[in-house]
Design a protein around this ligand. Structure first.
Ligand code: PLP
Length: 463
């Protein structure tokens, strides 16, 4: 065994024995352990044995500016040697926290001018819930507590964010708060009832929100949480007008509308924020994370409107505090990374690049729709999904035991490409620095991998 392999073997064993991985199938993990990623460059990552892969998923929808940027390393190091940490509780702040909050306020739509920092997307959504409840308490409406979100929505993995999440598979064996959170159906046009127009389907989904609010009682419902495009639920783009109409319904009944832009903010669809630029809505709250630092350091933000801030920034009683926050809220090094990330995105016009190369990517990926098992290709720009089916006409799924998403991802990996399996689907969310040549490699490799998987499925009797 070479020294390199011996080292790999040691890390692999340590990891398998002691590192509890998120979102892991332990039945296979206990056998196969994990691939060790040890190097990266722009759109590629390499394993500990030196094999290189094009990263078709930007880590986890997050490495938007690409990997291993020297100037990002420098910005982080500079901040560490100036002041690596101080709490932002009460009347202390640091320069990066102040500057990044101001920058996010400048980029966010409408009057969303106030930023609360946490460590990631789940915490940003939990923060939104705590602040929404506090807001209604302040307004003398303490019964407004219930939250509505959608089947197949994904909002994170803390208790509250997972309760908001509507992916049934993610709840299996765990508990969620079913008292506070209520789910309405997913507005997935591909899975609409046979014979129904997309317009009628949209009407029905909007009506469903209104019906749910009336069923729970408008005086009891505080907010509606929605991703502009549902990511982990399978990149669901709702019908035209859905977001605008659901926002109107929320405001008609005094609910706050929370747009979970953890995936869609910072360039993935070609805009710093997608809510207004892509979908024409100005929500009451936007949550974001991931692309905020391109994943270089953990950071999330809950961005609030002036109207909400005016209410929550008045002490609830004499001497009372706004008792919400974390040791790492406004962490100066993470905020410095956020500032550098946005600076790079602006200087390199990455949003314009997504409008150009992302549009090419979308068109090329859509071209895979001619393959035998590809039932639906959906998404926008650098946020795409391929849904595989047994029968394109009836949309019947391939037997779940076949793990078709995993098989395609494995074939891709063997050919030097990482794509994400999601049950019978595969998700694509590459770094925004992808070139047209990278797109061609990615799509050709995916085509070969889906064809190889189709042959395997036939050989194994699944087709
Ligand atoms: C839309 C959305 N919201 C929230 C989250 C949770 O973010 P985090 O994993 O940073 O807590 C995710 C993570 O994938 C997400 O996709």
């Amino acid at each position: 065994m070479s020294d390199l392999s011996r080292h790999t073997q040691k890390i692999w064993q340590q990891d398998k024995d002691h590192n509890i991985h998120p979102w892991t199938d332990f039945s296979t993990f206990k056998e196969s352990g994990s691939m060790i990623l040890s190097d990266s460059d722009n759109v590629s990552v390499s394993d500990s044995e030196g094999n290189t892969f094009l990263d078709g998923i930007a880590g986890l929808w997050c490495v938007n500016i690409g990997y291993a940027r020297e100037e990002m390393a420098q910005a982080i190091a500079d901040q560490i040697t100036k002041i690596p940490y101080f709490s932002s509780f009460g009347h202390h702040t640091t320069e990066p926290a102040a500057a990044l909050a101001a920058k996010i306020a400048e980029l966010a739509p409408g009057n969303l001018n106030h930023v609360f920092f946490g460590c990631g997307g789940s915490v940003a959504n939990d923060t939104a819930v705590r602040i929404i409840h506090f807001y209604f308490n302040q307004l003398g409406k303490p019964n407004k507590k219930k939250l509505i979100s959608r089947v197949d929505g994904y909002h994170g993995s803390t208790y509250m964010a997972m309760s908001l999440t509507g992916v049934a598979f993610d709840h299996d064996g765990f508990d969620i708060d079913r008292e506070m959170v209520h789910h309405i159906a997913c507005p997935n046009p591909y899975r609409r009832p046979e014979g129904m127009s997309v317009e009628d389907f949209c009407d029905a989904k909007v009506q469903e929100l209104e019906d749910k609010i009336l069923e729970l009682g408008p005086d009891n419902v505080a907010a509606f949480f929605a991703e502009p495009i549902m990511g982990a639920g399978g990149v669901i783009v709702p019908p035209e007008g859905y977001h605008k109409r659901t926002l109107d319904v929320c405001h008609k009944y005094g609910l706050l509308y929370v747009s979970d832009e953890v995936v869609t903010a910072f360039g993935r669809l070609g805009h710093m924020f997608a809510s207004e630029a892509e979908f024409g809505i100005v929500p009451d709250i936007i949550t974001c994370a991931k692309g905020l630092t391109s994943g270089y350091l953990p950071l999330g933000a809950t961005v609030l409107s002036d109207d909400i801030y005016e209410v929550i920034s008045v002490p609830q009683s004499d001497g009372a505090l706004f008792t919400h926050g974390f040791t790492y809220s406004g962490h100066p090094v993470c905020c410095a990374a956020g500032l550098k990330n946005i600076e790079i995105m602006e200087r390199e016009n990455l949003c314009d690049q997504v409008m150009d190369v992302g549009a090419y990517f979308e068109a090329q990926v859509r071209g895979l729709g001619d393959l035998e098992i590809v039932g639906n290709v959906r998404g926008r720009k650098f946020m795409m999904c391929i849904e595989n089916v047994a029968d394109k006409k009836t949309k019947e799924l391939i037997n779940a035991d076949a793990s078709v998403g995993n098989r395609i991802a494995d074939h891709c990996q063997a050919r030097g490409l990482i794509v994400r399996p999601l049950a019978h689907m595969n998700v694509l969310s590459p770094p925004l620095t992808l070139t047209r040549e990278n797109v061609d490699f990615l799509v050709q490799t995916l085509r070969q991998s889906i064809e190889a998987t189709t042959a395997d499925l036939r050989a194994d009797g699944y087709l």
